[in-house]
Write a protein that binds this ligand. Structure first.
Ligand code: GUN
Length: 284
């Protein structure tokens, strides 16, 4: 079998087009234009690229974008005061603080200071708790974007065996929950898993979010499985690869996400989707 490409770029662009149309409609009807505040502390090059993409997506859909580029030595108390101002600002519907933050700042305290109704990353404890309890809340962008991608395959999600490799706070663990809540039987693999190949070989859906090039071998993939590669790794020659051996996996899978052009684009589009959702759900 040769896999079909799960084209995150096309699916994300279509989502952004639909959001742009809804923004135009709301503004024409006299409702507020959604606004997203994007806060970058320091000059980490990778964070700079991600933030640029998020601000570009805001412009693409007609959101207001509030840009804060703060020096790396910004005191935590100043960042807290900025969050408080943004929480109180009615023209701001979403707040994103790009991670990682410099080591002198308590990132957990900053994320949890964001009003949960404006936490469009879905990272704060209230929103993660809402996901666990199936309550209304904003869902973490990468796992939610993966669920959107899965809805674009010709395969059902419910009843499948999903294996998630990686257990990070913001991706691996919420991804496992999303799949569980969608009716999958789920297996979580991590650095203490003894037979990673054996678990991956049982997966109807395999999602890999570790950050190690070619960790998952193509030969492990069950014929016909769906392969979602969340890893983005830059090699010494400057090229970008995921966590899965792409060519060998694509020879066995039914669907596979490319890197780049797969999950990364969906994460940004889902952030924009969450911001519109915040405006419509909590502030209209
Ligand atoms: N750093 C890497 N990815 C993300 C993300 O999705 N959101 C935030 N806030 N920081 C990140």
């Amino acid at each position: 079998m040769t896999a079909r490409i799960l084209d995150g770029k096309r699916i994300a662009d279509e989502l952004l087009d639909r959001i742009a149309a809804r923004v135009a409609e709301r503004v024409a009807a006299g409702r507020s234009r959604p606004g997203l505040a994007v806060v970058l502390v320091g000059a980490d090059p990778a964070s700079g690229v991600y933030v640029k993409n998020k601000r570009k997506a805001c412009a693409q859909v007609g959101f207001r974008s509030f840009d804060y580029d703060l020096p790396a030595d910004t005191p935590e108390i100043d960042l807290r005061a900025l969050i408080d101002r943004l929480n109180a600002d009615p023209s701001v519907h979403g707040i994103l603080v790009q991670l990682p933050l410099p080591a002198h700042i308590d990132a957990t305290a900053i994320i949890n200071r964001i009003d949960p109704r404006k936490d469009v990353d879905g990272f704060n404890a209230a929103n993660v708790g809402a996901l666990v309890l199936r309550q209304r809340g904003l869902r973490s962008c990468t796992p939610k974007g993966v669920m959107t991608l899965l809805a674009h395959t010709d395969r059902p999600v419910r009843g499948q065996h999903a294996v998630v490799v990686g257990v990070s706070n913001h991706v691996g663990r919420p991804m496992l929950l999303e799949l569980l809540l969608a009716g999958c039987t789920t297996t979580s693999c991590h650095k203490f898993t003894r037979d990673l190949a054996g678990f991956v070989a049982q997966a109807d859906i395999v999602v890999v979010a570790v950050g190690r090039p070619n960790l998952v071998k193509g030969a492990w993939i069950k014929p016909g499985a769906i392969v979602i590669d969340i890893g983005i790794n830059r090699l010494a020659d400057g090229s970008l690869v995921g966590d899965v051996e792409f060519d060998a996996a694509a020879a066995r899978a039914s669907w596979i996400t490319p890197v780049p052009g797969g999950v990364g684009r969906m994460t940004v589009a889902t952030l924009i989707e969450n911001t519109l959702e915040a405006a419509e759900t909590f502030f209209d």
